[in-house]
Write a protein that binds this ligand. Structure first.
Ligand SMILES: CC(C)(COP(=O)(O)OP(=O)(O)OC[C@H]1O[C@@H](n2cnc3c(N)ncnc32)[C@H](O)[C@@H]1OP(=O)(O)O)[C@@H](O)C(=O)NCCC(=O)NCCS
Length: 198
């Protein structure tokens, strides 16, 4: 496990509200649980692919215990409704092919459409690139216009799997800056599902 990357801590002002963006820590467990439990049914469904209203303690521990190398998560913290409330999370985990990682991102409902998903994903992508990952991808539901739009904005390409028409894989090549996106790579059968990402 790498040391906590304190140099990734950053203040950000969005629509007049100051946020702290930083890597997640194991001590964020309670806040992570509150964050997931506070999601609307639609956001939870888009994130977890099922009508999840809660996550287990074990899952929350996985979400907060990242090693800052093969797994990483950036969180955004606001002063309201409580000091230090998590209002957004973007994470990746390495896939069986260690040059590839899978992402997931979730923004609290009241914070959506303010540019936070974009800000967190930009930082996650830059971090993954610095760590030497060559490809980032994620499964999203076909009807998830928000994530598909955000993915397009970030340069991801969308790939459908005829065997699973309900989901779309968003894929971004992380090689040299400006390199073309990978368009024909296949998804390994044992790929981690975004639902279980730590
Ligand atoms: C999808 C999600 C992460 C987007 O985050 P967000 O903070 O609301 O997005 P942003 O405000 O940063 O939007 C950035 C860009 O993404 C695109 N975008 C965002 N929401 C969109 C929507 N509903 N439709 C189309 N494009 C959209 C736009 O290009 C937008 O730029 P613009 O505002 O200048 O037009 C957020 O809605 C969310 O958490 N949804 C629930 C969980 C989820 O679906 N996660 C993805 C699966 S892992």
């Amino acid at each position: 496990m790498s040391a906590y990357p304190a140099d990734c801590e950053e203040e950000l002002e969005l629509h007049g509200v100051r946020l702290l963006i930083r890597p997640i820590r194991s001590t964020d467990l309670d806040e992570e649980l509150r964050f997931v439990r506070g999601l609307s049914p639609e956001s939870a469904y888009h994130r977890f692919f099922s009508p999840v209203h809660d996550i287990s303690l074990q899952m929350a521990q996985k979400f907060t215990e990242v090693d800052y190398e093969s797994s990483m998560a950036f969180i955004a913290l606001a002063a309201l409704p409580r000091a230090g409330s998590i209002v957004g999370v973007a994470r990746y985990i390495a896939k069986p092919d260690p040059a590839q990682c899978e992402f997931a991102v979730t923004i609290a409902d009241e914070w959506q459409h303010r540019g936070l998903g974009l800000a967190l994903m930009q930082r996650l992508i830059a971090y993954a690139r610095r760590r030497g990952f060559l490809l980032m991808e994620g499964s999203v539901m076909q009807d998830n216009a928000g994530m598909r739009g955000l993915g397009m904005r970030l340069g991801f390409t969308a790939h459908t799997d005829p065997e699973d028409p309900a989901t779309v894989t968003l894929r971004l090549a992380l090689g040299a800056k400006g390199a073309p996106n990978v368009s024909h790579a296949t998804t390994p059968a044992n790929a981690t599902n975004a639902t279980n990402l730590p």
